[in-house]
Design a protein around this ligand. Structure first.
Ligand SMILES: Cc1cc2nc3c(=O)[nH]c(=O)nc-3n(C[C@H](O)[C@H](O)[C@H](O)COP(=O)(O)OP(=O)(O)OC[C@H]3O[C@@H](n4cnc5c(N)ncnc54)[C@H](O)[C@@H]3O)c2cc1C
Length: 460
């Protein structure tokens, strides 16, 4: 039998072998039933346009994950630096590829990039199979075909729409050895040691984490998810962001669980899909407020803004719950959701800095930084988004701390200067006999700044 032409599997946000329709399509197995019909060249392109807004934590996480994917496919991943519209046509010509297989990217940059690549590939087809979502953006609509603007009915319609079964694991893949490919002027990059790097990165670690979470913790998720002092959430956001796990895999496993916790977890996955849909419908919403709700003169600027942002980013605002969150972010590249809401509210409504500045900082530091989830959660907190918390609802950083970190353990874990303070008193160090050494005074008075915000909101 003549050897079939190879295909390229262009890896982007699907760093996994399980439940991967694009990989399966690249092998040809799904159409012909013949395992390993087409040899597959696995390629990841380091594109500066995408890596620019990502800081070191996300870059390092990605590199570790790529190294682990490479190890899982016997060292067959080709890592190239360049623009995809140059790299892919060159590779396709060199190896005589029949097609380039991808999962559809619905982000503003990714969808335009893919159009350019499709055009540059000429006769070689860019084949799209699947997406990073259980239900692709644009599929869940109202009866008249218009998009949902509010989460709750979207969530209901999303569940009703349902999703496909997981794609089967390919029976066999004949990988093209990148060492045998003449790269011409293309710049190949080395991968780090897969044994090092972020402990949670990679498909195997993600599957293990999911296995543990769904066995031990998902039943309690509904009550535990708001407690940053406990490990009550899955911490799978980076795995979902990079596609080390597909949400369809999680949803299939959850279908057998009848607990409230499983239902709440499913609804969180629906939030992720809702925000992807909102971004796809309105790409400008990544950077622009969907609604202007507050008078413009409330925002500070210039040096004042820089000072405020620096203190916030360094976890030195003098509000322990906020500072603990920002330090958790700086040290680990991840922050608990409850605390993300509180620190975001603090920046926008107490320090009067526009949400976009906070969102940029998050994108630089989060390992799970995701344009849709990040921008729209920021807009939710700021009160400018679809379905957003009203602008006048302002998180109190002290009562939030006392409620969700009742013994102060979370604060003491991340703010060493406060480790000598016992119990919930840690949330209000200004009430202690003496300010703990090295910990800053409150940079603002929450009560006062809340009034400023309410007044600015009232003028709109
Ligand atoms: C200001 C702000 C910025 C955020 N930025 C991001 C971001 O860049 N990337 C990101 O993945 N999430 C973001 N979130 C949402 C949420 O905080 C994280 O998804 C969650 O904390 C990740 O932890 P986990 O995996 O343990 O979540 P779990 O509680 O275990 O939830 C499971 C999964 O559901 C999804 N999910 C949960 N909550 C949300 C939500 N509110 N919106 C969208 N998806 C959700 C995530 O994929 C998450 O991994 C942001 C939230 C806020 C308030």
């Amino acid at each position: 039998m003549p050897r079939s032409a190879p295909n390229i599997w262009w890896v982007r946000r699907d760093l996994r072998l399980h439940d991967n329709p694009a990989l399966l399509a690249a092998t040809g197995e799904h159409l012909t039933g013949e395992a390993g019909k087409h040899p597959v060249l696995a390629v990841f392109v380091i594109d500066d346009a995408l890596m620019g807004p990502a800081g070191k934590p996300r870059h390092d996480y990605l590199m570790t994950s790529l190294a682990r994917l490479d190890a899982a496919i016997g060292g067959s991943l080709l890592l190239v630096h360049g623009t995809p519209e140059n790299v892919l046509p060159q590779l396709a010509t060199t190896i005589g590829a029949a097609g380039v297989h991808i999962a559809t990217d619905y982000g503003p940059y990714g969808s335009q990039r893919d159009e350019r690549v499709a055009e540059a590939l000429g006769d070689v087809e860019l084949v799209r199979s699947g997406s990073p979502y259980a239900v692709a953006p644009g599929r869940v609509t109202k009866d008249d075909g218009s998009p949902y603007k509010v989460y709750t009915p979207f969530g209901r319609a999303w569940e009703k729409h349902g999703w496909r079964d997981a794609a089967p694991f390919p029976a066999h893949v004949t990988w093209v050895d990148p060492d045998d490919v003449d790269l011409g002027r293309l710049v190949r990059r080395d991968l780090p040691d897969p044994a090092e790097g972020h402990p949670r990165a990679g498909e195997e670690a993600a599957r293990k984490r999911w296995e543990e979470f769904r066995t031990d913790a998902v039943a309690e998720y509904g009550t535990e998810r708001d407690r940053p002092d406990h490990e009550g959430t899955s911490q799978l956001s980076a795995a979902l962001k990079w596609g080390e796990l597909h949400p369809r895999t999680l949803l299939a496993d959850l279908a057998r669980k009848r607990t409230d916790g499983a239902a709440v977890f499913r609804s969180e996955l629906a939030w992720r899909e809702f925000y992807a849909d909102v971004l796809w419908q309105d790409p400008a919403s990544a950077r622009e407020s969907l609604r202007d709700v507050v008078a413009d003169d409330v925002w500070i600027g210039g040096d004042d803004e820089r000072h405020a942002l620096d203190a916030w980013a360094a976890g030195r605002t003098g509000y322990p719950f906020v500072d603990a969150g920002m330090r958790q972010l700086a040290e680990t590249g991840w922050m608990h959701n409850r605390v993300r809401m509180v620190v975001a509210s603090f920046l926008v409504k107490d320090l009067h800095v526009r949400w976009q500045a906070g969102a940029r900082h998050f994108m630089l530091h989060l390992v799970d930084g995701d344009l849709a989830s990040n921008s729209h959660n920021w807009q939710w907190v700021a009160g400018t988004g679809t379905d957003a918390a009203p602008f006048f609802r302002i998180f109190n950083p002290v009562t939030q701390g006392v409620k969700f970190d009742p013994q102060g353990d979370y604060v003491r874990r991340w703010v060493p200067e406060l480790r000598g303070v016992t119990g919930k008193a840690v949330h209000e160090p200004w009430k202690l006999d003496a300010q703990p050494a090295g910990y800053p005074e409150r940079m603002i008075d929450h009560k006062q700044e809340r009034e400023v915000t309410l007044e600015a909101y009232g003028r709109r």
